[in-house]
Design a protein around this ligand. Structure first.
Ligand SMILES: [Zn+2]
Length: 507
């Protein structure tokens, strides 16, 4: 059977001033795309009779809104490739679900709609997604099988893709589409409240597989949606996939109800949280070191621009912090011009300059200092220098070229973006490490002695009262409260017979 592969993957905050452009994408097609997935290695004999048709897949992490020219380019490329490819039995779509194109909405719906229009109703569409994406009824209606991560941090990326493709192949082989029950849950919570490492998310996401097994479903997925894109489609959602409509409705409603009922219990997924000043007080107190402070409002893993200097500026204003003797590392400030200046100056060189606030100076201007270049950081994927550690007194700042979270070594949640620099420097000399992400990732937590998540301003502000939502459909918890939603699942319309070239060739 012939299976095409394509996708456009990313997460966009409309509250961030950053714009994601082509240079932040990894674009793969042809053999390199097939090598990337290694389906034979991962899935074995079940893909022996598959003729893969690797089209274009563009992949990035999180950022601001997407450059429309690049979206149009990928859209047109995939459309042309699909038309050229001829009939296919199915398409595997590798998507995130929270793309927001500057000036436009419904990026995934339009992309998948284009694919559906070209391949026709006879083909089967399988998709993998991120639970921080938005899964609208329109998007759900366009595809046949969808697998979504069940863990955040997403340690199950590869297994989720495997599941999407396995179910896609199964539907094509048996020639009968499954039925689907979809339900929208009017709750928009950030990943910093719904990490599956903490309750109640652990139990709710943990119930998906037992419920599937109990009710004999093909798949059961829960999406939290993406709160930092202001679009009408944004909400949590549940999809149950299988062959017995009654079981699907029971399963979808059960998960939707559990999520809704727990909505007020999703606390900040850090043992300590509060304002930045409270975070500094926490750091000043006796703590196991290093203390990790999350500058969560400028979270580059959720769309923050990564260059906001508000937390750094506020820290320098605090005399008690400056006098404490604690050594701070502000890790991962995105500032390419300063990085270039540091490379030019070399290790030991001194820069008199203001750093940060390159694209976003709404909260604080660039921070002046006399910065000694302590270290040039070489990327872990052989892409040369990707960052530099600068020091002025007790404050060190690692600047970096790309909007990537600060990591050390490798961990299961770290995607291997060959083209993007992942900056790493030893945290041992520091008492306090400030990171531009929200919840700590596994290898950050491993290195941290203590942690505090701070509600700082920026494109991923955890204090929703500081953000102005204009397009999100209301009522929506936590923007609104005291309403009762309709959580009855919708059975999505059936699309008719599976009728790809494989089946057409059968006698
Ligand atoms: Zn995610």
């Amino acid at each position: 059977m012939r299976i095409a592969i394509c996708g456009i993957y990313g997460e966009c905050s409309t509250f961030s001033l950053d714009v994601i452009r082509r240079d932040m994408f990894e674009v793969l097609r042809g053999d390199p795309l097939l090598e990337h997935y290694d389906w034979s290695g991962r899935l074995g004999a079940i893909v022996d009779d598959v003729e893969w048709v690797p089209l274009t897949r563009a992949h990035t992490g999180a950022g601001g809104q997407l450059d429309p020219d690049f979206y149009d380019e990928v859209f047109a490329t995939v459309a042309a490739e699909l038309r050229e490819a001829g009939p296919v039995d199915g398409v595997y779509l590798d998507m995130h679900g929270a793309l927001k194109v500057l000036g436009r909405g419904r990026a995934e719906e339009r992309f998948v709609g284009m694919v559906r229009e070209i391949v026709g109703d006879g083909a089967v569409l399988g998709m993998s997604m991120d639970p921080h994406g938005n899964f609208s009824e329109e998007l759900a209606s366009l595809v046949d099988v969808v697998a979504v991560y069940r863990h955040a941090p997403h340690i199950d990326r590869l297994e989720t893709r495997d599941r999407a493709v396995t179910n896609l192949l199964e539907v094509i082989r048996r020639g009968v589409r499954p039925q689907r029950a979809w339900v929208r849950v009017p709750v928009l919570l950030p990943g910093e409240r719904t990490s599956t490492v903490f309750e109640p998310a652990t139990s709710i996401f943990g119930s998906l597989v037992p419920t599937m097994t109990e009710l004999g479903l093909m798949d059961l997925g829960l999406w939290c949606g993406f709160p930092w894109a202001d679009e009408d489609r944004n909400a949590a959602a549940v999809l149950a996939t299988g062959d017995d409509a009654e079981s699907l409705v029971v399963a979808a409603e059960r998960v939707a109800r559990a999520y809704w009922d727990a909505r007020a219990d999703f606390g900040i997924t850090s043992p300590n949280s509060g304002t930045w000043d409270e975070g500094l007080d926490f750091a000043l107190a006796e703590q196991p070191r290093p203390t990790y402070l999350s500058d969560a409002g400028d979270n580059v893993t959720a769309g923050g621009s990564g260059d906001i200097t508000w937390a750094l500026a506020r820290t320098l204003e605090r005399d008690d912090v400056c006098a404490s003797g604690l050594r701070f590392l502000f890790a991962g400030l995105v500032d390419l011009p300063t990085l270039r200046a540091a490379m030019e100056a070399g290790t030991g060189g001194v820069l008199e300059r203001a750093i940060g606030a390159v694209v976003d100076d709404r909260y604080a201007p660039a921070v002046r200092g006399t910065w000694t270049v302590e270290e040039l950081i070489v990327g872990v994927y052989g892409e040369g220098v990707v960052g530099a550690v600068l020091r002025d007194g007790a404050i060190s700042v690692s600047v970096q070229s790309h909007r990537q979270r600060f990591v050390g070594g490798t961990d299961p949640a770290t995607p291997a973006f060959a083209m993007l620099g992942l900056a790493y420097t030893d945290v041992a000399p520091y008492d306090v490490v400030v990171v531009k992400n929200g919840y700590l990732f596994p290898n950050q937590r491993e290195r941290s002695g203590s942690e505090f998540m701070a509600f700082t301003p920026g494109g991923t502000d955890l204090d929703f009262s500081r953000l102005v939502f204009e397009h999100v459909e209301r009522p929506m918890f936590p923007l609104d409260d005291g309403f009762e939603p309709d959580l009855r699942p919708v059975l999505l319309p059936e699309r008719g017979p599976v009728d790809g070239p494989l089946r057409a060739a059968r006698p």
